[in-house]
Design a protein around this ligand. Structure first.
Ligand SMILES: [Fe+2]
Length: 253
């Protein structure tokens, strides 16, 4: 499996609390069948000095890579950031102030949970116009999606890639969010499922449980597509598979 969304680097954000935690997260990922993961950090937060932050990011990235090598781990880590979206983001990416996913045209973006749907339309449009493909992290968690789930289909149709969180599928956030995730998956609007792991104890890198749920409720092809094929294609900068998504009926919202 390939996990596109893991906060495994310590001292950068609210992810791994120290190197021991980071190595535990790596072990857990490996033993649940993950071969490659994106070691990312939240970025483009208000007040963040990007030059300093980027330097610190690379230090932590290479530290973890060396630690994994020393341990004889077969886990591959690749660079990336979960970028707080705003109108300046395409410009900052062009200036290489922040990172896309493994240096490709795919950029993982997030929003405040209270974001308006119109802001997401605007930012997706801005990213696409600048030549980036926005990967929308966990849209099922946004309030505007709970109010009107049909927006997710529209963002996908515009050209955004929809990434659903493991924890949403497992019902770790709320029943409403679990239901949003279920509707997005049933309508084949999601292209990727990722852990969004933050520690080895809570919101972990363990991926077997979600793979089993995907297989049971959405078919074995969903495991191949959402946990292996598409995230791998993204990290290679290739086009993802066309999932032939189904639009929402008003009655389903
Ligand atoms: Fe995240």
């Amino acid at each position: 499996m390939v996990d596109l969304h893991v906060h495994i680097l310590p001292e950068l954000d609210d992810g791994a609390k120290d190197w021991e935690d980071a190595l535990d997260m790596a072990d857990m990922a490996s033993s649940s069948g993950v071969r490659t993961l994106v070691a990312l950090s939240h970025a483009n937060l208000p007040g963040q000095n990007s030059a300093e932050f980027l330097k610190k990011y690379w230090e932590q990235f290479y530290n973890l890579e060396n630690l994994l090598k020393k341990e004889g781990s077969s886990l591959e880590i690749v660079p990336g950031m979960e970028l707080m979206s705003d109108g300046r983001l395409p410009g900052l990416l062009k200036e290489e102030k922040f990172l896309t996913l493994n240096g490709t045209k795919y950029a993982l973006i997030e929003f405040d949970f209270e974001v308006s749907a119109s802001q997401i339309y605007e930012d997706v449009d801005g990213m696409l116009n600048a030549g980036y493909i926005p990967v929308l992290a966990h849209p099922e968690r946004y309030r505007c999606v709970s109010r009107q789930i049909g927006h997710v289909f529209e963002w996908q149709q515009m050209g955004a890639v929809i990434q659903v969180n493991k924890g949403s599928i497992l019902g770790r956030f709320s029943e409403r969010i679990r239901r949003n995730a279920d509707l997005i998956l049933k309508h084949r609007i999601a292209s990727v499922v990722a852990s969004d792991a933050h520690s080895s104890e809570y919101r972990t890198t363990e991926m077997n449980e979600v793979a089993e749920i995907l297989e049971t409720y959405y078919g074995s092809a969903s495991v191949e597509i959402l946990l292996k094929e598409n995230p791998w294609r993204i990290l290679c900068g290739e086009e993802i598979l066309d999932s032939m998504p189904i639009s929402f009926e008003q009655t389903l919202t």
